[in-house]
Design a binder for this molecule. Structure first.
Ligand code: PNS
Length: 166
């Protein structure tokens, strides 16, 4: 990896749906990376359980970052490290909200490096206002009729309203 090359980072996740917290982490990444690929994991189990299809998640994320030419959005299947390698990306970005996130994230980072020793994981903390936010809570609150308008962008809110009447 030559340092004269652009820094390409991958931000993988389920993003069901993308929240303001994800958005914040992605925008912060652009302070250290030249290009960011937001990568929506496409696994059979996630597709079955999800509120939105992977295609819908990709569309929503593209809408959220329509103003950001350095952000690309793709779905991927299989191993993250294989996808990263195929895109020339040597950095994985993950948000760390609290200590409770750490164990799972540390395990994934170590395993990804075991699978491909040219990958590094960057952990970024979101704005403190989003430290309690998760897509699963957004889905639950929306399903139960709560107001999630400050947790997701307007385009995601519109889709949530259409899907669960939030
Ligand atoms: O938003 P999530 O659900 O916490 O994201 C988890 C994700 C998608 C980053 C992780 O499950 C993943 O990387 N899946 C791709 C398959 C893979 O590479 N698994 C081995 C990880 S060590």
């Amino acid at each position: 990896m030559s340092r004269s090359q652009p820094v390409v980072a991958i931000y993988p996740g389920s993003f069901d749906p993308i929240t303001r917290g994800h958005e914040d982490v992605a925008r912060r990444t652009l302070r250290v990376a030249d290009r960011l690929i937001v990568a929506v994991a496409h696994t059979a189990t996630q597709a079955k359980r999800g509120l939105f299809t992977v295609e819908e998640r990709v569309e929503m994320i593209r809408e959220v970052f329509a103003d950001e030419p350095d952000v690309e959005v793709e779905a991927f299947e299989g191993l993250l490290v294989d996808f990263a390698r195929s895109r020339g990306a040597h950095f994985v970005v993950r948000g760390l909200r609290a200590v409770s996130d750490f164990e799972y994230e540390f395990q994934m980072a170590q395993m990804n490096r075991e699978l491909w020793d040219e990958i590094e994981t960057l952990f970024l903390t979101p704005d403190q206002h989003y430290s309690f936010l998760s897509a699963s809570l957004v889905r639950e609150i929306a399903r139960l009729g709560g107001d999630v308008s400050r947790f997701v962008s307007p385009t995601v809110l519109a889709r949530l309203q259409a899907r669960v009447g939030a």
